[in-house]
Design a protein around this ligand. Structure first.
Ligand code: PLP
Length: 370
């Protein structure tokens, strides 16, 4: 160890576990990059909205200039889209950065944050980074136990994080339960409702969480352009909340963190409802197919309302390692405390065919080697 002393809560941080890059796996297994199937990061298999790509090309962005620190155009477009004042929108470099802003403005040593077991890794990371302590509520059925979350709130609790739908579980908490929860939570406790997969939730099961922001000054709803909108690489997401929190969040936001490219593409993507509808319909079709493939192989999976499925495969790590030899990348979730499971993103028809044959090969390998 060198002479530099990091605070214990920083020294103890675990690195973010990403899906491995395609180039890396291609080199490792000796396949060309275009033969690799990546189903590990819940990206859009159809790519980005063509209108977003056209807008990017047409904008002829001068990259020598700083972007607009207020992200005014995107903020105005989002405010109009959600029918709320622009002051209620906080855009950031991915919703990950919005989660971090909420932690920055509320958490510090001596305070606590409450979230469910099997929560998205940004929740523990943002909490630990702040020096606050985490209160993790058990989730025996892989759904968020909201009564448990409410009971876990202490006098020092400043924030509660809920992802709905959850990642890596893919499961949905019924909207009415969220409403009841908000009603029961003390108004000094901020609730962050992470809706990164909102667009994939069937319309019959969606609730109007923006209406809840109007009712509860302690609610922050986050959304992203990374998943259904297919702009993961540009880093743009946002939070919606009332001005008391929003104004404070803007003061901790890194200046110029939303680039002009990200802003331009996001505005165009938002208007491209055709691409979004196509994405949602395609995902529903191929998710059903993926679930069927898993069932045929007698593998249990959780009921997903997202663009990924959590499947129980025995050892997630060795399952993922075997598929990787066939050029198919899925995500082990042992870092979430789910060593028996893997998370598989819903791809397109070709991706699923490759996945199915890789799984069949892996099974044959497992049978012949025992
Ligand atoms: C992917 C994801 C996000 C956000 O991603 P960004 O790219 O930072 O917008 C947030 N929450 C959950 C649960 C996710 O799965």
């Amino acid at each position: 160890m060198g002479p530099i002393q990091f605070p214990a809560h920083i020294a103890g941080l675990k690195p973010y576990v990403p899906g491995p890059p395609i180039e890396h796996v291609a080199a490792e297994v000796g396949m060309s990059v275009d033969r690799i199937v990546k189903l590990a990061s819940n990206e859009n298999p159809l790519g980005a909205s063509p209108r977003a790509l056209e807008a990017l090309a047409a904008a002829a962005i001068d990259v020598s200039r700083y972007s607009d620190p207020d992200v005014a155009k995107l903020t105005a477009a989002l405010a109009a889209h959600h029918d709320i004042p622009a002051e209620w929108v906080v855009a950031g470099a991915g919703s990950e950065s919005v989660i971090a802003m909420v932690a920055s403005v509320l958490l510090h040593g001596g305070r606590s944050a409450v979230y469910s077991q099997y929560s998205f890794q940004s929740f523990p990371n943002a909490t630990q980074r702040s020096g606050a302590s985490s209160i993790i509520v058990p989730s025996p059925n892989h759904v968020v136990d909201l009564a448990g979350l409410r009971d876990a709130i202490r006098a020092d609790t400043a924030a509660v994080y809920i992802a709905n739908p959850g990642n890596p579980t893919g499961t949905l908490t019924p909207f009415q339960e969220i409403v009841d929860f908000l009603e029961a939570v003390p108004p000094r406790v901020v609730v962050l409702l992470d809706e990164a997969y909102f667009e994939y939730v069937p319309t019959t099961e969606r609730g109007d969480s923006i209406a809840l922001v109007r009712r509860y000054p302690n609610l922050v709803v986050t959304r992203t352009f990374s998943k259904a909108y297919g702009l993961a690489g540009l880093r743009v997401g946002y939070g919606i909340c009332q001005p008391q929190i929003a104004d404070t969040m803007r003061r901790v936001r890194a200046p110029f963190s939303v680039t002009q490219a990200a802003e331009t593409a996001a505005i165009a993507a938002m208007c491209d409802t055709g691409f979004l509808d196509h994405t949602i319909a395609s995902n529903a079709t191929w998710r059903t197919q993926l679930e069927r493939t898993l069932r045929d192989m007698e593998l249990e999976s959780l009921p997903s309302v997202t663009n990924f499925v959590l499947a129980r495969v025995g050892s997630g790590k060795s399952f993922a390692a075997r598929l990787r030899m066939s050029g198919v990348i899925v995500r082990p979730v042992d870092n979430y405390g789910l060593p028996e499971w893997v998370r598989i993103s819903v791809g397109d028809a070709d991706d699923l065919a490759r996945l199915a044959s890789a799984m069949a090969e892996a099974r044959q390998f497992a049978t012949s080697s025992t």
